[in-house]
Ligand binder design. Structure first.
Ligand code: ATP
Length: 195
């Protein structure tokens, strides 16, 4: 994995004619993590989409390095396929076929390999989404509510994959209403005027 990096310089984001935030500045170097917090509708998912390059900033610049993996509520796996095959499709595209078994193991999904994606429970789907991120080999992980639906074991696994990713030089940005057990996160708190 090449060194990951994410820099926001004077970034503003307007959606639906409303300014969500402006003058957003932060630097996340390899090994860093940021947690986005703030009330519903304040702009956390929008910030992640900006970071992913899926949304253009209204003002300012965004610099990124290391490849991007975005995990949000959309599972983005073929519902008809067995889990291992569905994840394998993405892993091959990402050049991460060799990482897939370890990624599934890290999320406790190995025994579910033959189960069709459509039969997975909410928490199992979230684990699958996270396994796709791990297998991608991307340096920059953008996680939207990664703890949603996870049980205690899932939360421990999430904490571990984030710590391991940072130790390997990755960068993590997570939007969450729950504590994620991230060590020394940079806090990005959205809120204030305009709601
Ligand atoms: N495609 C869009 N067009 C116009 N407005 C949008 C669009 N997508 C989101 N918004 C608006 O942008 C605002 C921020 O949404 P966003 O999803 O970023 O919030 P959030 O902080 O992630 O919320 P939550 O905590 O509920 O997940 C909301 O008011 C939302 O309605």
């Amino acid at each position: 994995m090449s060194a990951a990096r994410l820099v926001f310089s004077g970034v503003a984001c307007a959606r639906g004619g409303r300014m969500l935030f402006a003058d957003m500045d932060f630097v996340l170097e390899a090994g860093a993590a940021a947690v986005l917090s703030g009330p519903n509708g304040i702009g956390k998912s929008s910030l992640l989409r900006l970071a992913a390059g899926l949304l253009a900033p209204t003002a300012g610049q965004i610099a990124r390095a290391g490849g991007i993996a975005l995990a949000d509520e959309a599972i983005a796996l073929d519902a008809r396929l067995p889990l291992a095959a569905a994840l394998g499709f993405w892993a091959r595209l990402d050049g991460g076929g060799a990482r897939l078994a370890a990624a599934m193991d890290a999320l406790g999904l190995t025994a579910l390999a033959p189960v069709p994606v459509r039969m997975l429970s909410t928490g199992q789907r979230k684990r699958a989404t996270l396994a796709r991120v791990v297998a991608s080999g991307a340096g920059l992980w953008l996680l939207d509510e990664p703890a949603n639906g996870l049980d205690g074991d899932g939360l421990v696994r999430l904490e571990r994959i984030i710590a391991d990713h940072r130790a390997a030089g990755g960068v993590v940005v997570a939007a969450s209403h729950q504590a994620l057990g991230i060590t020394d996160p940079q806090a990005i708190i959205l809120g204030g005027a305009g709601r």
